[in-house]
Design a protein around this ligand. Structure first.
Ligand code: DON
Length: 318
């Protein structure tokens, strides 16, 4: 293992000890029945609320899976990281004139702040920010969906990533709030593309489905200064991967980001499909998935599992 781990005063030596710890935490999490499956996107309300997976992918190439880690689920806002990676690459520093890097202190789909702040979203992890990022992608790529899909497939090293058409259509039909955000930003001149076209990209991206294991593998480069530990490929510069981790630390868990930093202490991103990834620099990536959400839109069991694992292993970066 890449670093010394201690749990309950005991040094963890063997991968088996780590696997047992994950199993114990997963078992405890299964007792949690708090929260509700997201239903503002009707297709998401169909998912079995009892499903629960926990993956840990370490930088030395080990992957520990407990529970439903091979099920495909809707990654929703976790996809905002993939979009952001491509927009950072295409637009460079100019991106930060169109979207800021401050926590919003508001719900992920809030509109109020956007008018006061003249159509410039607080960060790329709230819906408004991800919609600006989608605008960059549809304006700067001839096939923006293909660009995202090939990025994600190359990051996880297989083709088990696809957009769920039912979720995509469901969001299109019910995404009035996102449409309002896009139109408001267009009125301020912060959107170039046609609103319908960029929303189609945004909803498609949110409808990507992946497994816990694939998500954990995809983001290991963020724990490794931009280098994928499996393929050894340079995915991005160390500075850009530090910047993404900084955004995840301050805004990745929405208006629960402060509490998450306080109680867990690693960069993380959640989605309303119930998924969550947590990046542990120089160690690896944890991915949890369980569909019931707390009032912030973060998975109730996921919060427990990631917090418990981080606390038991002393993973906080602070
Ligand atoms: O646009 C939306 O509202 C969803 N497609 C994504 C929101 C989301 O995952 C926020 N996460 N906590």
């Amino acid at each position: 293992m890449t670093r010394d781990l201690v749990s309950g005063g005991q040094q963890i030596h063997a991968p088996d000890d780590l696997k047992s710890l994950l199993e114990e935490i997963h078992q405890q999490a299964m007792k949690i029945t708090e929260g509700h499956v997201a239903n503002y996107i009707p297709a998401l309300a169909e998912v079995d609320p009892e499903l629960c997976g926990l993956t840990l992918a370490t930088l030395d190439g080990e992957v520990f899976n407990v529970g439903d880690t091979q099920e495909q689920f809707s990654i929703q806002s976790i996809s905002k990281i993939f979009g952001l990676m491509l927009a950072m690459e295409r637009l460079g520093e100019d991106l930060w004139d169109r979207v800021k890097m401050e926590p919003s202190g508001q719900a992920f789909n809030s509109i109020v702040q956007l008018e006061w702040e003249k159509g410039i979203p607080r960060n790329p992890m709230i819906n408004a920010g991800a919609i600006v990022v989608s605008d960059v992608l549809v304006s700067r790529y001839s096939a923006s969906k293909n660009a995202v899909l090939s990025l994600v497939r190359s990051l996880c090293g297989n083709d088990n990533v696809y957009a769920d058409n039912i979720v995509h259509q469901s969001e299109k039909e019910h995404g009035h709030r996102n449409a309002a955000l896009a139109h408001l930003m267009k009125s301020f001149g912060n959107i170039d593309a046609e609103v319908d076209e960029l929303l189609d990209h945004y909803f498609w991206q949110c409808a990507l489905t992946m497994s816990c294991e694939n998500l954990a593998r995809s983001f290991t480069f963020l724990a490794n200064d931009g280098i994928c530990p499996f393929s050894k490929k340079k995915i991005m510069s160390k500075r850009d991967s530090q910047r993404i981790n900084a955004l995840l630390s301050t805004s990745g868990m929405y208006d629960q980001s402060g509490e998450f930093a306080f109680t867990v202490g690693v960069p993380a991103k959640s989605g309303v499909g119930g998924g969550m990834i947590a990046v542990v620099p120089d160690f690896g990536v944890i991915c949890s998935w369980s569909p019931r959400l707390n009032s912030y839109g973060n998975s109730a069991r996921g919060m427990y599992m990631v917090r418990e694992l981080a606390n038991r292993l002393g993973l906080s970066v602070y």
